[in-house]
Design a binder for this molecule. Structure first.
Ligand SMILES: Nc1ncnc2c1ncn2[C@@H]1O[C@H](COP(=O)(O)OP(=O)(O)OP(=O)(O)O)[C@@H](O)[C@H]1O
Ligand SMILES: Nc1nc2c(ncn2[C@@H]2O[C@H](COP(=O)(O)O)[C@@H](O)[C@H]2O)c(=O)[nH]1
Length: 209
């Protein structure tokens, strides 16, 4: 089966750091048992309560480069000075089983994924303002001042990439943004179901069986 023929829906959520994409995806997963999030590999050090295998697979640069050489990643990118990648093993089997998967990755990875999986739905989350973005990074309390400065500087370039995405959601009021995200996921399932010919497949795609 070619990647683009896999029956599961693939959603890619990107945003500048601090816009709230992890919070939104976490809330979405709590409401939607048919959706699974892919756990990426990174060379970044774990912060706060993060656990190996839960938020990320934390590996060193030599291991990461080895995975690149072996072709283990669907996509990878350097983001804010660290390496991040989506491994084939993280999503391939799930999509082939017809499960829906969400990737929380940066815009460079999102565009690589769209080339491999043209049916992937790319969603960009925007903060309501630059000031609010910086305040969210500070309030989160996970990054030092230098890290926040780098992330705020990179945010300008990242936001300019929103035009390549299928949907843009402004995360001002959290519940409104979550509703918008749920609507995109639901619409994609309806669109996929409408393309199916077989009645039982339609029911399964909409979880009606
Ligand atoms: N709508 C919102 N209003 C106010 N605060 C929010 C909102 N959405 C998220 N936050 C808060 O903003 C902070 C950043 O959110 P989060 O960690 O989800 O961002 P992120 O985009 O995943 O960042 P990163 O890419 O660095 O992981 C968190 O403290 C979160 O609780
Ligand atoms: N291209 C990829 N980008 C990824 C992946 N996993 C996470 N990310 C992005 O990196 C930044 C920083 O994340 P943080 O956890 O250090 O705050 C953020 O934009 C993530 O979406 C990945 O597998 N590939």
């Amino acid at each position: 089966m070619r990647p683009e023929d896999t029956p599961g829906n693939l959603f890619v959520v990107a945003a500048p750091s601090g816009a709230g994409k992890s919070s939104l995806v976490k809330a979405l997963l709590e409401l939607d048992s048919r959706l699974a999030v892919s756990v990426s590999h990174t060379t970044r050090k774990a912060r706060g309560q993060e656990q190996h295998g839960r938020e990320y697979w934390f590996i060193d640069e030599a291991e990461f480069r080895g995975m690149i050489d072996r072709g283990d990643f669907f996509e990878w990118a350097q983001v804010h000075g660290n390496l991040y990648g989506t491994s084939r093993s993280a999503i391939e089997a799930r999509l082939e089983r017809g499960e829906d998967v969400v990737l929380e990755i940066d815009w460079q990875g999102a565009l690589q994924i769209k080339k491999i999986f043209p049916h992937a739905v790319l969603i960009f989350i925007l903060p309501p303002s630059w000031t609010e973005l910086e305040q969210r990074l500070r309030r989160r309390g996970e990054d030092d001042a230098a890290t926040i400065e780098v992330r705020m500087a990179n945010a300008r370039e990242e936001v300019a990439q929103a035009r390549h995405f299928d949907f843009v959601i402004i995360n001002s009021l959290f519940e409104t943004a979550l509703f918008d995200l749920k609507t995109v996921v639901h619409s994609q399932r309806l669109k996929y179901a409408a393309q199916l010919r077989n009645r039982s497949q339609v029911f399964a795609a909409l979880d009606l069986s």
